[in-house]
Design a protein around this ligand. Structure first.
Ligand SMILES: [Zn+2]
Length: 78
């Protein structure tokens, strides 16, 4: 996984799911309230197949999650 590729939203960014090499179509923005302040946003890239499973994994841990088209950013997740 290329962190830079994820952040700049350029071509070649791949899904963050383990072992997946599909190109990213979605961005999953999240934070862990126990360690991240409200102004921190972490972003994963996700392909069509993994968007739901990655978001569900985060939601199952009670992390705030927002899903957008890949390349979009959010100010915060709440
Ligand atoms: Zn994937």
């Amino acid at each position: 996984m290329s962190l830079l590729g994820m952040l700049d939203g350029g071509p070649g960014a791949v899904c963050s799911a383990s072992g997946c090499a599909a190109s990213a179509a979605h961005a999953i923005h999240w934070r862990n309230p126990r360690i991240h302040g409200e102004d921190r946003v972490k972003t994963w890239a996700a392909c069509d197949d993994h968007r739901e499973s990655l978001a569900a994994w985060l939601r199952s841990r009670a992390f705030p999650v927002a899903v957008t088209p890949f390349g979009e950013t959010v100010e915060r997740v709440a």
